[in-house]
Every structure is written in structure tokens, then in C-alpha cells.
Design a protein around this ligand. Structure first.
Ligand code: MRU
Length: 366
């Protein structure tokens, strides 16, 4: 169960350490299928075709893909370096991809001719996953205090959280970033309800967030992306919590397309807008998110063609004219001024350089 102690989104096959296993998230919520990665190219495909997605899980998948590259190459170090180039290009916005790849490359550089290189990479890919779980747990522990405060103010009434995309257990190794405070609230008996944005065009909200909240027994309601502003105007949203794919050192937040519009609506209605931010997602080298963060442009077919299930069979239908021109930017940037706070594993801070450096002082010199 997502948000349960045993749940994981990526793992080494127990009886065969040459296979990395993932959940094929393209098939949810209709089918839960485990997919095997046996080569690093399988890992690239899983990331670019979104079998796996979500910034932390993309970083972990990249690390495990480099383990597979080392495993099958005549020179493990050369194999890793070659695979790293292709992996780095597989999805441009989530900074965890670069972070995960660079972390493994540092091991390769330090190991020189160490015959244990493959073992060292395997251990670090595992460590990346274990650390991610602890990071999400930290975000949950800090973020739940916000939900507790709202619950208290409402005398135990329902706390209505709005979220966009899937920044849940499925986007991380477990717990999620935006959802960790929600799972913790549920455990503490807080009456919590989640408005789930559908999140066109890939529908991570309707297909993934709704699935994992249902699996975990968290009350939720699916809404179309355009409904959030209306709900906010009518007092039906207490707090917005989203994830992020890259946050600059000044607190500008890149996240799934449409997040910026939710932040604008929250600002206009005086509703707190928080972002669950693992420190692995902070790009300490960038300041101005709108100018500096590359925004992935994805295939037009994600907009024109809608996949679904009919009478138990998978099918995809085209909803537009055959030659309608399409633009499909996958992410947008919410400026720090619209973000009430960042929920990190070390605590909650203002979305600003001072706020982030207050929690991560060791990054001041970067
Ligand atoms: O395109 P995706 O599905 O990888 O986008 C994911 C998101 O935008 C998530 O909200 C974000 O990665 C945060 S994941 C904890």
C-alpha cells in the first residue's frame, strides 16, 4: 500500500540481482503490473516513456540504470560513463536525474580500477532509495504540522487539501512529497480530504494520485484542472500542497504544467500554497526559474490522443482534428513570491534564498 511501511516503487529483484523491477505506471489505475529492467537502455525507456515519473523516482531509476550499465559492460566504468550521457538527456526538467547520475559518476571516478565497482554502485543506488524514503518521511513529519494547525482552527473539521499532478508515493520511493503530510495526517486521525487535479494531458492526478489515495484509504475527490479556482472562491480548499521537479536556490518552483495557475488562484483567495521539496530537487546553481529552468516539450499525441479502457480493453481515442497544431510544455515555474513555504526534510522555510540557506547552510558557498 502506498504510504505503508513495505511499499516501494523500484527495487532489485530478490532472487536475481541482474534485474531491477518497477511498477509500470502507464497502466495504472487499470492494471498493477511489475516491469523488469535488464539493461540500462530499458531504464532510459522507462524514464522517457514514463513507466516511471516524478523527480525522485526518475533520479533513483537513473542510478539503477547505471548499475545495469556497469553490470553488462566489459569495462564497468566506461559503460557507466556512456550510459550517463543518454540518461541525462532522457528528461530535462527534473533535477534529480542529474543529481542521481552525478552521484554514481563520483563513485566511478573515485573507484579507479577497484574490482568492487559494480558492488559499490549497487550499494549507492540502494542508498539513494533508502535515503529518499527518509527524506519523504521528514517532509511528512514537518508538513503534517500545517494540517494539524488547520484542523485545530476548524475544531477538528475536515482539512481540504488541493494537489496537482502526482507527487505521491508513486513519484518517489515511498510516502511522496506532497502526499507525505497527508499520509501522516491520516495516521494521526486528522480528518483530511484531498481535491485531486486531473492533470492533463498525462492525467497523473486521475490515474496515479487518485489510485494511490484510494489504495491508502484517504478520502479524495477528482476534479478537472480548471475547477480549483472555483473551489477556492467557495471556501472549499484550506491549503494547496504540490511537489516540484526543480526548485532554484531563490525558491522558484518548477512543477507539472498548471501549477502556476493554482498558485495564482491560491494567492488571490488568501489560501496557503506549499511545496513538498526534497533537498535532492533543489538546483543550487540556478536562481531565476523562469529564465533558467529548461521546460520539457513533450509529444503532441499526449494532447490529441486520450488513452483509457473500454469493456476491459485498452484503447486510445483521438479527441482533436487530425491536423490541429499542438504545443505541450510539461512543466511551468511558480515564482517564489506566490509560494507560502517550502516543506523540506529539515523543516519548513520561506521560499527564498535566505529561507533555504537557513535550513541548508552548507550550500551557501555553492
Ligand atoms: O511529468 P512527471 O509525471 O514526471 O511530473 C511529475 C511532477 O510534476 C511531480 O509533481 C513532481 O515530480 C514532484 S514528484 C515528488
Amino acid at each position: 500500500m502506498p504510504g505503508g511501511e513495505d511499499f516501494r516503487t523500484i527495487w532489485l529483484k530478490p532472487d536475481d540481482p541482474s534485474v531491477v523491477q518497477i511498477i509500470d505506471q502507464r497502466l495504472l489505475p487499470h492494471e498493477y503490473r511489475i516491469h523488469d529492467l535488464t539493461t540500462w537502455q530499458d531504464g532510459v525507456e522507462a524514464i522517457s516513456d514514463m513507466y516511471v515519473r516524478g523527480a525522485p523516482l526518475i533520479g533513483a531509476t537513473a542510478a539503477w540504470s547505471l548499475y545495469l550499465a556497469a553490470l553488462h559492460a566489459s569495462s564497468p566504468a566506461d559503460g557507466v560513463r556512456e550510459a550517463a550521457v543518454t540518461l541525462l538527456a532522457s528528461r530535462p526538467t527534473a533535477v534529480n536525474l542529474r543529481w542521481g547520475v552525478e552521484r554514481i559518476l563520483r563513485i566511478v571516478d573515485a573507484a579507479q580500477d577497484d574490482p568492487r565497482l559494480i558492488e559499490l554502485i549497487r550499494a549507492d543506488a540502494q542508498a539513494i532509495c533508502d535515503e529518499d524514503i527518509e527524506i519523504s518521511r521528514g517532509i511528512g513529519e514537518h508538513g503534517v504540522t500545517l494540517l494539524e494547525a488547520i484542523s485545530k482552527k476548524k475544531n477538528g473539521g475536515t482539512v481540504n487539501v488541493l494537489t496537482h499532478c502526482n507527487a505521491g508515493a508513486l513519484a518517489t520511493i515511498n510516502w511522496g512529497t506532497a502526499t507525505a503530510p497527508i499520509y501522516f495526517a491520516q495516521q494521526r486521525g486528522i480528518d483530511v480530504h484531498v481535491w485531486v487535479d486531473e492533470t492533463r494531458p498525462r492525467n497523473q492526478g486521475s490515474q496515479l494520485t487518485a489510485w494511490e489515495l484510494a489504495e491508502s484509504g484517504v478520502p479524495h475527490t477528482l476534479i478537472v484542472d480548471n475547477a480549483g479556482g472555483h473551489l477556492m472562491q467557495h471556501g472549499q480548499v484550506d491549503i494547496v500542497i504540490t511537489g516540484t521537479d526543480r526548485t532554484t536556490r531563490c525558491g522558484d518552483v518548477a512543477n507539472k504544467i498548471g501549477t502556476y495557475l493554482k498558485a495564482l488562484a491560491a494567492h488571490d483567495n488568501g489560501i496557503p500554497f506549499y511545496v513538498g521539496l526534497p533537498s535532492t530537487t533543489i538546483d543550487w546553481t540556478s536562481r531565476d526559474g523562469v529564465a533558467e529552468i529548461p521546460i520539457e516539450e513533450r509529444d503532441a499525441a499526449e494532447v490529441t490522443d486520450v488513452p483509457g479502457v473500454h469493456d476491459g480493453a485498452r484503447l486510445t481515442v483521438r479527441t482533436t482534428g487530425s491536423d490541429t497544431p499542438v504545443s505541450n510544455p510539461a512543466f511551468d515555474v511558480t515564482p517564489a513570491r506566490l509560494v507560502t513555504g517550502l516543506i523540506t526534510e529539515r523543516g519548513i522555510c520561506e521560499a527564498s534564498e535566505d529561507g533555504l540557506l537557513g535550513l541548508f547552510p552548507e550550500k551557501a558557498s555553492m
